[in-house]
Design a protein around this ligand. Structure first.
Ligand SMILES: Nc1nc2c(ncn2[C@@H]2O[C@H](COP(=O)(O)OP(=O)(O)OP(=O)(O)O)[C@@H](O)[C@H]2O)c(=O)[nH]1
Ligand SMILES: [Mg+2]
Length: 319
């Protein structure tokens, strides 16, 4: 095991001691795509053991945050330390907070055993899957043994984001009917449990029937039939059966990072790092004292065609 850069050791030590600010700072480094994250991850990877990751996904406004707030109450009742990561795939910048999520989970803000963080990617490296995975592992390393990931979406791509989760709850509402029609296959493959939220409104029974029929025909993420629960997250109605199902699944059969394809992960990270190194080499070659410094200068003065310079660089490396 290689140690992280010495300057990072205090951050890692604070994180391992459960310090939420250190955890948040470490996650920011992930979002920024810092190179040193790899050494940090290497050092902390084994610490994911014992933590369970729960994905909550569904269309915008389905009530995910309201549900997560209730889920956190339940997990805290069970003495778990809970981290909530709210992912917004539509925005590359998290800025640290999504207002609605914060408001709906406000009552946990003062609880030192709860960590709430919005997650974005600055778009340079890795993308959201890697950001989510690495942040979840850091939460586990900081002693949060239940990590809840809230993410918008019902399509295959969005479900990939929670591919790192041990259990995935897909939360739907009657208004999302059209979405369901187009997303059936992806929905079923990605879900362990369906919640049909806003059951205090009309239209829920029909959607529950439709989902149950769909679930009976296919296989969910874990290979079994996916249970469907009508709930009202705001009123708390019908929530207990769903929460019982979820927590008992997490307690008994959590499979850390179930959806992870380790070969794919390594291949992707190596690709990213090589690209980064390649960029560095190209800049060196074109910079002061570099083999192609003259070309770099001409590029700056717009006297050469950039694509011609790319060709020259590639030829330079091949020779
Ligand atoms: N009637 C009713 N409204 C609900 C229920 N659950 C949530 N809502 C409302 O739906 C709105 C959206 O709730 P959120 O919890 O923010 O939904 P979300 O899925 O997290 O939304 P995004 O993160 O923006 O995608 C809020 O106004 C909630 O009060 C419910 O069970 N019944
Ligand atoms: Mg939300």
């Amino acid at each position: 095991m290689s140690a992280a850069a010495p300057s990072l050791q205090p951050l890692i030590d604070s994180l391992l001691a459960g310090d939420r600010r250190a955890l948040s700072r470490a996650i920011t480094r992930i979002e920024e795509g810092r190179h040193d994250v790899i050494a940090v991850m290497e050092q902390l990877w084994e610490r994911r053991q014992g933590a369970a990751v729960l994905g909550v996904t569904g269309p915008p406004g389905a009530g995910k945050s309201t549900f997560v707030d209730r889920l956190v109450v339940r997990l805290r009742d069970q003495q778990h330390r809970v981290a909530v990561l709210a992912v917004d795939p539509s925005s590359p910048f998290s800025g640290g907070a999504i207002l609605g999520d914060r408001i709906r989970m406000q009552r946990h803000a003062a609880d030192p055993e709860v960590f709430i963080r919005s997650l974005g990617t600055r778009g340079h490296h890795g993308g959201l899957t890697r950001t989510t995975l690495e942040s979840a592992v850091l939460c586990a390393a900081a002693g949060f043994d239940r990590v809840v990931i809230e993410t918008v979406g019902v399509g295959q791509t969005e479900l990939e984001i929670v591919g790192v989760a041990d259990q995935v709850v897909v939360l739907l509402v009657p208004e999302s009917g059209d979405v369901i029609q187009t997303m059936k296959a992806g929905l079923l493959e990605g879900a362990d449990v369906f919640g049909v939220n806003k059951a205090d409104r009309p239209g829920v029974d029909e959607l529950v029937r439709e989902l149950r029929a769909m679930a009976a025909m296919g296989r969910g993420a874990a290979g079994g039939e996916v249970p469907v629960f009508p709930v009202s997250a705001t009123e708390g109605r019908g929530l207990d059966p769903l929460l019982n199902e979820l927590t008992s699944r997490l307690d008994s059969g959590a499979r850390p990072l179930r959806g992870l394809n380790p070969r794919g992960l390594v291949a992707r990270i190596v690709g990213e790092e090589r690209a980064r190194l390649g960029r560095g080499r190209a800049l060196d070659a074109l910079g002061a004292g570099g083999a192609l410094e003259d070309l770099g200068r001409q590029l700056e003065e717009a006297r050469v065609n950039p694509y011609g310079v790319v060709r020259a660089l590639l030829e330079h490396w091949q020779s």
